[in-house]
Design a protein around this ligand. Structure first.
Ligand code: VG1
Ligand code: CO
Length: 530
């Protein structure tokens, strides 16, 4: 029976960079999740009788919300709901499943790289029929609706056993693994592992563990135990499932400093991010995108070459150099995967990436952690070179974009806004100072649908191409996080060995003094450096 339940709006259901992320405690308020899900449905048209995909990254509160979402989808008139076994789907698998089954769209229950557990974060994201995150015109409509909502629709049916879904259950892993087999040279990668090549993959207690175990160990013959922290847990086993030098330190130390491994990788809470390291080398996500773009044709799925590259604005300009050499366009978009969808749909770009450990291609409409790992394995298998040789070889050919991101987490929201407003207010004056040739607030005009997105980050671009970029995070749930991105291009191979923070030292100092970060935020140094 369909029930209409009266509710009152919450003022704070504004989707951020990737869905609505809040503390679990906020999501546990009566009707909070229901209001948001109903606001999504109310913003969509023509879905009666169609299919909706629902899956989550398995974090705390997933099991409860998924049941509510299934009931609400039925009550709102969807004809069919496809749910991942156990309610689990990684973000890239959900994207593929939406496309594969030609669903109307999908709900992804995830707060991605944010910590989980009762005191952690929860999130809900809506993806459209192309498998990608809803564009801003949809998320704007959802927020508007959430401020006016008066009722939601549900049914009085009992909870469903998510492991016994009959026809409504899809094994996200099987269809996803088949997609990966169609893109990469599994025989060559199998031969690489058979030759004694050793890798370690850190699932970080999150969703990718089972996918990685199936693909790397079962299908590609990597030794058992290659995947560590491979069981998804509601609190990620206490890990902060953000695959970077800080939160995946153990893996990085083992692979980079030791001699036991040739290659190391990790993925985040919902499986869309990737970390790539080799013996003695950490591959920045920006370099990884450039290297993948330059070598994509080694993988069968991209043998015909790529159509173009897209990167988020703060991502380093390393991919631009590859695009130039290949005679392709490199598109520069605002932060967040939702801006890549149109470029991929229109065939303007084949590979895309962000500095925040996100890389992907036109095979789905999300970033894809395991895809990036398999692309690297394919490149390593085809060339039989070490990660380090590939990276230094790339720098030698294209020059090196030294790159680092400095995060100041959980600063006061007012201070963060003051700092950004201060920068915006003196853009005119900054031009000409300290070699700055461009000082602006990045805006994007989508070449496909003509939509305009403003205020996407303050850019200071120097005469030699160096950049300092400032923006506030749109995924946090406490206070504000200031992200400062620092980049310098160096052509001379003799200088490529310099340590990154040292190579950027003068720009780093300037990045702090120009907007007076210590004075305004009270912070002398960032909390996380990647
Ligand atoms: C961050 C990253 C951004 C990424 C987003 C979602 O956003 O910077 O590049 O697309 O997270 O990634 P922000 O607004 O906090 O900088 V995920 O893996 O958390 O869905
Ligand atoms: Co993620």
């Amino acid at each position: 029976m369909i029930l209409t339940v009266a509710t009152t709006p919450f003022p704070d259901q504004k989707p951020g960079t990737s869905g609505l992320r809040k503390k679990v405690k906020a999501y546990q308020q009566k009707n909070y999740a229901e209001n948001y899900i109903q606001s999504i449905f109310d913003s969509l048209e023509g879905f009666a009788g169609t299919t909706l995909v629902i899956g989550g990254d398995g974090r705390y509160f997933n099991a409860e919300v998924i049941q509510r979402a299934i009931r609400m989808a039925a009550a709102n008139g969807f004809g069919r709901v496809l749910v991942g076994g156990g309610g689990l789907l990684s973000t890239p698998a959900a994207s593929h499943v939406i496309r594969h089954y030609k669903a109307y769209g999908g709900l992804v229950l995830s707060a991605s790289h944010n910590p989980g557990g009762p005191d952690g974060d929860f999130g809900i994201k809506y993806n459209i029929g192309n498998g990608g995150p809803a564009p801003e015109k949809v998320t704007d409509a959802v927020f508007a609706r959430s401020k006016a909502i008066t009722a939601y629709k549900t049914t009085d049916s009992a909870d469903i056993d998510l492991n016994r879904l009959g026809d409504n259950k899809i094994e996200g892993m099987t269809v996803y693994a088949a997609l990966m087999e169609s893109l990469f040279d599994f025989a060559a990668i199998r031969a690489l592992f058979a030759s004694g090549f050793k890798m370690k993959f850190d699932g970080m207690g999150a969703i990718t563990g089972p996918y990685a175990t199936e693909i790397l160990e079962n299908r590609l013959g990597a030794p058992k135990g290659t995947v560590i922290n491979g069981t998804p847990l509601p609190d990620f086993g206490g890990h902060h499932p953000d695959p970077n030098l800080v939160h995946a330190k153990e893996l990085c130390d083992d692979v980079m400093l030791g001699t036991a491994y040739d290659f190391g990788a990790a993925s985040d809470g919902d499986g869309d991010r990737n970390l790539i390291v080799g013996r003695g080398v950490y591959v920045t996500p920006s370099d990884s995108l450039a290297i993948i773009a330059a070598n994509a044709a080694l993988a069968p799925g991209y043998a015909g070459g790529i159509a173009g590259i897209a990167r988020s604005m703060p991502t380093s300009c390393a991919p631009d150099r590859v695009a130039a050499k290949l005679g392709l366009k490199c598109y520069e978009t605002p932060t967040g995967w939702k801006f890549f969808g149109n470029l991929l749909d229109a065939g303007l770009a084949t590979v895309c990436g962000e500095e925040s450990f996100g890389t992907g291609s036109n095979h789905v409409r999300e970033k894809d952690g395991l895809w990036a790992v398999l692309m690297w394995l394919n490149i390593l298998a085809a060339t039989r070179k070490s990660v380090s040789d590939i990276v230094t070889g790339h720098w030698k050919e294209y020059g090196r974009n030294f790159y680092s991101r400095h995060d100041y987490e959980e600063i006061e929201t007012d201070a963060a806004n003051r700092l950004m407003d201060g920068l915006r207010g003196k853009l005119g004056a900054l031009k000409g100072q300290s070699g700055i040739v461009t000082a602006d607030d990045f805006a994007y005009d989508d070449p496909v649908d003509g939509s305009h997105t403003a205020k996407q980050g303050v850019r200071l671009i120097f005469g030699d191409g160096s950049r300092i970029i400032y923006r506030l995070s749109g995924t946090g749930t406490a206070g504000a996080t200031l992200r400062v991105y620092i980049e310098r291009y160096v052509a001379d191979p003799a200088r490529h060995g310099t340590e990154t923070q040292e190579a950027l030292a003068d720009l780093i100092a300037l990045s702090r003094s120009l907007p007076d970060i210590p004075g305004i935020t009270g912070r002398q140094a960032p909390t996380v450096i990647t």
